[in-house]
Design a protein around this ligand. Sequence first.
Ligand SMILES: Cc1cc2nc3c(=O)[nH]c(=O)nc-3n(C[C@H](O)[C@H](O)[C@H](O)COP(=O)(O)O)c2cc1C
Length: 365
Amino acid sequence: MTWRKGFLRKANSVTIFTTVVSKNQSLLNGVEAGNANPRDIRPEDYELIDSLSDKLRHLINYAILAPSTHNTQPWLFRVSDKSIEVLADRSRALAVIDPDDKGLAISCGAASGMLAIALSAVGFQFHVAHLPDSYEPDLVSRFRITDQVKPEADWKDTLTKIRLRRSVRAGFKNEALSDSSLLHLQLSERYDDCHLKWVDSVEQEKHVLDAILKTEKDRQFDKHYLRENASWINPIRVRSRDGIPANVGKMPSLSQLWAPAISFNEQNERITRLSIVETMGNRPIQWVRAGFTMANALIHSSKTGLSSAIVHHPLYIPEIQSKMESVLTHGYTAQILLRFGHAEHAPSTPRRSLVEVMMHPGFRH
Ligand SMILES: Cc1cc2nc3c(=O)[nH]c(=O)nc-3n(C[C@H](O)[C@H](O)[C@H](O)COP(=O)(O)O)c2cc1C
């Protein structure tokens, strides 16, 4: 219960009154105002909203829960009548580790992907266009709502999966993967030039992971890299709603999560599986599609009880891309590596609230 003070204005006087409001009511008010922590949003909150634009606005909370590089959350949103736009917020770019804004574009693609999953779950049909306006390069995705049908049967579960997803940081459990969990991970392909590719052979997997691990050593001496990391992965910054605070656990070192040795347990059962989001072409449009595809893989895998770890930055290194050629589809570029397995439910990274990421509807760059 929380106490709330209010003012009643009569002709010439002001009366102060105090009411008791339930926690649910105060949360709901926060949800409506867009001040709520997106992590606290429940599927039931959606059912209480009447107007179309308020529903669309509310569903942006699920986009905000997408993964992003160093949890920078480099996105903004614009909602108008029957449309939602996802925009890149380049003030949150990571100049050292992500000089071309590739990770930023992937993150915005992931936010668009989470939004698409949430919209579909509650029954919205839509067209989505990526980078639709060459005069506005920061406009990453534009969703146009075309119809509203019945919610999917498991819509509440889907929204809850988005809310509870988090990147694995403390390592995977020793639990064997079942065949059925892997079968469910076959995603329907949305794009001709971007898809999820499984790394099937053990030799290929070792080849990729060994190459990735080599990058870790070199970066320990790069002071620009270390400084940028320190500004986002900061144990002191407990209260801010971005970055990776101390209570979530340190960013895992590459060797903790990406060592080839963690693919099998002592019984020689497979406990993790590796996949690559690969694209034909290596331009912003493919980066956005890679993020979108990743979001689908993350939520589909969580529906089978799997958790996931993401790595991207080592793939910038041309030497690594060339080492991976034998694993990739001919002519494709690796954009993201995903590792799936069972993991303990980890503490969550923070998120900014809806009001902090909304752009004025009329604003153009
Ligand atoms: C493009 C991209 C690259 C990422 N690279 C890494 C990485 O190299 N290592 C890592 O531990 N996490 C990586 N992550 C995961 C982010 O750190 C994580 O999404 C962010 O801190 C938010 O936490 P959450 O995913 O648990 O919500 C990456 C995420 C994205 C979208």
